[in-house]
Ligand binder design. Sequence first.
Ligand code: SF4
Length: 326
Amino acid sequence: MKEEILAKKILNWYDLNKRSLPWRKNVSQSKKHYHTLVSEFMLQQTQVVTVIPYFNRFINKIPNLKKLSTIQDMELIKLWEGLGYYSRARNLKKTAQIIITKHNGKIPNNYEDLISLPGIGNYTANAILAIAFNKSYIPLDGNIERVLKRYLYLKKDQEIQKKNLIQKKSIFGNSSRASDYAQALMELGAMICKPKNPECSGCPIPKNCRSYKKKDFDLAKVSKKNKEKYFILKVYKKNQKYLLVKNTKFNFLKNLVIFPMEELSKPKNFHENLNFKMSNMNMNIKIQYSKNVKGFSSSYWFDKRKLNNYMLPTFTKKVVKYLEKN
Ligand code: SF4
C-alpha cells in the first residue's frame, strides 16, 4: 500500500475514533507545547489511564513553564507521588529552568536543542516535535512498535532490534497533519492492535497487514535480562519510629527518603528477606536490625502510624509494611 494511502486510512480512522485526552484539548499554541512536554514526561514508563488524573492535577497547580521552573521540590514530588520514576519530575523542572533561561521561555522546536535537555531522549524529542510542533517525526513508542512488527510480520531477532525498527518505520510515510498522524499511530496500537487479541475487524489497514494474512499475532521480543542486585537494608527503630535517610547514594529514587542501604556485589550465601522489582533491576534485600545510629548526614525519624502524612516513595512504604508484618 502506498504510504500516502496508508497515512490517509489511519488518519480517517483516528478522526472518528480518537480518545478525548486532556493533553489533546484545543488550547493556545504555547499551552499545547507545555501540555505536550508535561504529558510526554509523564507517559514515559506510565500508561495513559494512570497519567490522566496526575496530568490534570499537575496542570491545575502548575499551569506554565515559568511556574514549573520555580516550584518547590517538595510540592513537585507530592504532585508526582504514585507515578514513580521520580527522576522524571526532577528532570522536568530542570528542563523548564533551562528553557526559561536559555531559550527565552520557549520550548525548542528542533531535535538538537530538545535532546540536550534533561529527561528528553530520542523518543521524547520525536514525540514533542511531532505532537507539539507538527513536524514529520514518528516517535517509536511501544504501541507504534507493535503495529509495525505486526504489519510487517517482524519476528526474527535482527528484525526486531530497535535499529531495524527505526529504519522500518519509514513505511508509515508522513503527513501534513504530523501531530495527528503520530498520535493516530499510537492510538491504533493502544486501542486496536493491542498486545493480546488485536481487534483487526476495527483496524483501518488489515488489507496489507502480514500478521493478519497469516493469522499469527504473536509478538517477538528482544530478550532483556533483569539485573540482580543485592542490598543490606538497615533498620533503626525507636519507639514507633523508623530512621530514614535522604538517598544521595543510589541512582534509583535519587534524593528521596529511603531506609539506609548498602549494595553488595555478588554476595555468597545471601538470604534475602524481601524482593523488589524496580525498572530493570531485581532488588534482593536482606534486613539487618541495628542500634548504633551514627554517620547519617540527612536522616529523619518517621512515625510509622503517620506514614500516609509523609511523602515517601512506594518502595519505602512497602518496606515499612513488610517490617510491620514480620
Ligand atoms: S490488521 Fe490486526 S494485526 Fe494488523 S495492524 Fe491491524 S490490528 Fe494490528
